[in-house]
Design a protein around this ligand. Structure first.
Ligand SMILES: O=C1C[C@@](O)(C(=O)O)C[C@@H](O)[C@@H]1O
Length: 236
């Protein structure tokens, strides 16, 4: 699914999917923000393929880290689910409770692959943006751990945004499939520009009142910006 850019509409309520059409290519279901996520997934027969995310509390989400693995392995069995987000720190055992976390996360990756579900290995830094070489290494690690390696960092300055764009270009040129974006105001434009340099996934909330990260554009704005910036020049 990630051969081309995918715009994922983020929501805690999959029944909102109709509102994301036609701007979105996929729905990111933030299971950690939903009351009864498995029930919502069973009831879902919407028009968009689903990326299942159940973000751990130690990575900016609301899910109890170990409890979510059972939910996620049920989620990947749903026909509508085409990808699952797994934190790189869990796969690599740098998360809290490292050994348990690693065995669960690696088992989930296996289960996903057996079901033909792609894995987005993700890393978030809510404080800062590392230097470009460190970002390139992180992207390479994440891309090796999943089918897509995703890195989102907080930008405090335009230099941070440039580091992310440069790292995106370098990782893509090295053959990695990556998704990149900066959080926060100085990095906001990277959400629209990183796809020009190879980022394959962007996120925007279905409902602008329910952003899932700082600095997200509205869905229609991100769609327009990415389409305008990545359109073939011959199309005028
Ligand atoms: O990891 C990401 C990226 C994100 O944090 C963002 O910055 O847009 C939004 C999250 O919903 C998603 O899971």
């Amino acid at each position: 699914m990630f051969e081309e850019f995918v715009l994922a509409a983020a929501t805690a309520d999959p029944s909102e999917a109709e509102a994301a059409v036609p701007a979105a290519d996929a729905l990111e279901f933030r299971m950690d923000l939903a009351d009864d996520p498995l029930r919502a997934l069973s009831a879902y027969d919407g028009p968009l393929p689903v990326i299942a995310t159940d973000r751990a509390d130690w990575e900016g989400g609301e899910a109890d880290s170990l409890a979510r693995y059972e939910r996620l392995s049920e989620a990947v069995a749903h026909d509508s689910v085409v990808a699952v987000d797994v934190e790189l720190a869990a796969l690599q055992a740098t998360a809290p409770d490292p050994e348990l976390e690693r065995s669960h996360a690696n088992a989930l990756r296996e289960t996903a692959r057996e079901s033909g579900v792609q894995v987005i290995a993700s890393a978030h830094d809510f404080e800062s943006t590392p230097p470009v070489d460190a970002l390139v290494d992180l992207l390479a690690d994440a891309a090796a751990a999943g089918d897509v390696g995703k890195v989102a960092t907080m930008a405090a300055s335009p230099d941070d945004a440039l580091a992310m764009l440069r790292a995106t270009r370098r990782a893509t040129a090295a053959g990695h499939t990556v998704a990149t974006m900066c959080m926060g105001e100085p990095g906001r434009h990277t959400r629209a520009v990183a796809p020009v340099y190879g980022s394959r996934v962007g996120y925007a909330p279905v409902d602008p009142a329910n952003a899932t990260a700082p600095g997200q554009y509205s869905l229609s704005t991100l769609r327009r910006l990415v389409d305008d910036l990545t359109r073939d020049g011959s199309e005028a």
